[in-house]
Structures are given as C-alpha cells and as structure tokens.
Design a protein around this ligand. Sequence first.
Ligand SMILES: Nc1ncnc2c1ncn2[C@@H]1O[C@H](COP(=O)(O)OP(=O)(O)OP(=O)(O)O)[C@@H](O)[C@H]1O
Ligand SMILES: [Mg+2]
Length: 318
Amino acid sequence: MSQSGDDSRETTSAASTPPTSKVVGVRRLKEAMAKPASTRIFTVANQKGGVGKTTTTVNIAAALSMGGLRVLVIDLDPQGNASTALGVPHRDNAGIYEVLMGSHEISTVVQKVAGFPALDCISSNTSLANAEINLVSMVARELQLKEALETISVNYDYIFIDCPPSLGLLTVNAFAAAKELLIPIQAEYYALEGLSQLLETYAVVKKRLNPSINLSTILLTMFDGRTRLANDVAANVRTHFPNELIDIPIPRAVRVSEAPSYNQTVMTYDPLSPGAIAYMQVAREIAERGKAKDESTIDSTFNSNVVSIHYKKDGEIA
Ligand SMILES: Nc1ncnc2c1ncn2[C@@H]1O[C@H](COP(=O)(O)OP(=O)(O)OP(=O)(O)O)[C@@H](O)[C@H]1O
Ligand SMILES: [Mg+2]
C-alpha cells in the first residue's frame, strides 16, 4: 500500500462551509476491515514518556471503528490524555480507577465516543494516580483489570489499553489483561534505550501472570524519513523484530498533534492528512494480521458513517 493512498472518500464537500467550528463532512471507508476470530486485547506500552502511546491508541482505535469494528479504549493513565483525545468526560465521573478498586461495575463506566458508530471509552480520572498505592494491599492486585474485562470483552472486536509511562502496577495490570502487546517506538536518538527493561517486564508477566500475552506489534512513530537517524532506528528495529514491526511508519505530522486540543482524533479532525492516512493504513494492517480465517466474517452490510469534525479555514488544503 502506498504511503499516500487514501483509504476513504468524503461524501460531503467541505468547500462551501464557513471557517467556523462545525461538522464539515462525513467519511465512509470503501471497504470494511476484517473481524478477528475473537476479541483482540492490546496493551499499548512503553515506559518512555511521549513516544506516541496515547496518539497511537486513540487513532488506531478510531480507524478500526471507522472500519466497522467494535472498539473499546481503556485510559489507564492518570494524565487522562486518551480520554481528552476522544472527547469523553474524565474529571468528576467514575472511570477505570473505581473499577480497579471494586466500587463500580465495569459496564457502568463505559462511555460512547461521539461521532463514531461503535467506539467506547473507559476514562481515567485523577484518582487513578492513587491506584499504584491502593492496589498494593489488594488480593490479586495484578489481576483486577483482567477480571473486570472478562465481563465485557465479548462486546468488542478490539480493546486497547493506554498505559502510563511507567512499569508500575497499572501497566502490570494491563499486561495481565491483554492478549497482545503493542510497543510504539519514537524513531529518534535513545529510541531503543529502556526497551530491554520493557521486554523484561513483558517476559516476567508472560511467565508468571499471563502466558498467552504476545508481543505482536511494533510501530514507529513521529518518523521523519529524511533523517538518517530515523532510518537507522527503523533498520535496527526491523533487524530485531522483523515480524512484529509494521512497515508503515507514522510520520511526524502537525495535524496529529493539533487534534487532541479539539478533543478529536486526527481520523476525524483531518482525515486526509498524512498522519491520519498512515494510522488508517496501520489499522488495516493490524486487522489483516489478526483476521479470522473464515472470510465470511467480513461485514457484508458494512455502513460505517463517521462524522468528520474538521476545522478547515477558507482555502486551506486538508
Ligand atoms: N505523528 C506525530 N506527529 C506529531 N506529533 C505527534 C505525533 N505523535 C504524537 N505526537 C505528539 O507527541 C506528544 C506525545 O505523544 P503521546 O501523548 O501520544 O505520547 P505518550 O507516549 O502517550 O506520552 P506519555 O508517556 O506522556 O503518556 C503529544 O504532544 C502528541 O500530540
Ligand atoms: Mg500517553
């Protein structure tokens, strides 16, 4: 698939809309994405901060939902960035913290993400910062999330857990609950530093808590193909993880970083921008890699309309 290939078409022209904040179009993908045989639960983790965990989580989740799949995002970071990017309340309402502490049933804290056909989010809130401490004294403290997820995972094709930048009990809970690990790697200096610590945690969890977890996916983020450094990092990752690396890097792109301040993913903020196109291609690749062997699971009644809320200015090219 070419880097510039668009995967969708705009069904409403934005040309005549005024430069105000409003819905300017609806997007519909040409083809549905393949359903997995059973729910795929991804932990998106890297204890290095700011490498694109949250951006990757929300945009791949949004893209898969646009592809007709049922998707849940769990914001397991007290910073609440995933909740912000998906535009769901996360200040005063109960979220994943209350579930981990056993005060709320998980089904009662699921929120719909506006504008998407089947995208849900369980928000974090600031109390989640206390979870690392409060979990310590609990029985089966590493398995709280896994046990909670068991009751709702059948409702989804994909579940993504956005981890904080640490390897504490929250991240261990995510590792224990997931079937797959997705590691975003920023293609820059020191990119691979700390990776061995992450892989060690993965190995310990796999041995002791969750033998079925699999490091299935590595994604290069904020990639600038013009620099030799980025290409060197890519080659290095490819050598070590030839099967796990998705060979479509996410470019560094300004629209990707603008989208959260409009409580949006870039998939709706600017669906034709290079970052959105790359995330769409990566989502389709992930769906292809994990598709059910039985082709009939592709939805023949596919009709995924997604509201595109893009704040275009006059004459601006998306
Ligand atoms: N492809 C991209 N192009 C430009 N900016 C990006 C891109 N991906 C992420 N960013 C920006 O980089 C910053 C870090 O990204 P993000 O919050 O996704 O990382 P993170 O790993 O979740 O961070 P943390 O460790 O704090 O949770 C954000 O400001 C985000 O908008
Ligand atoms: Mg984050």
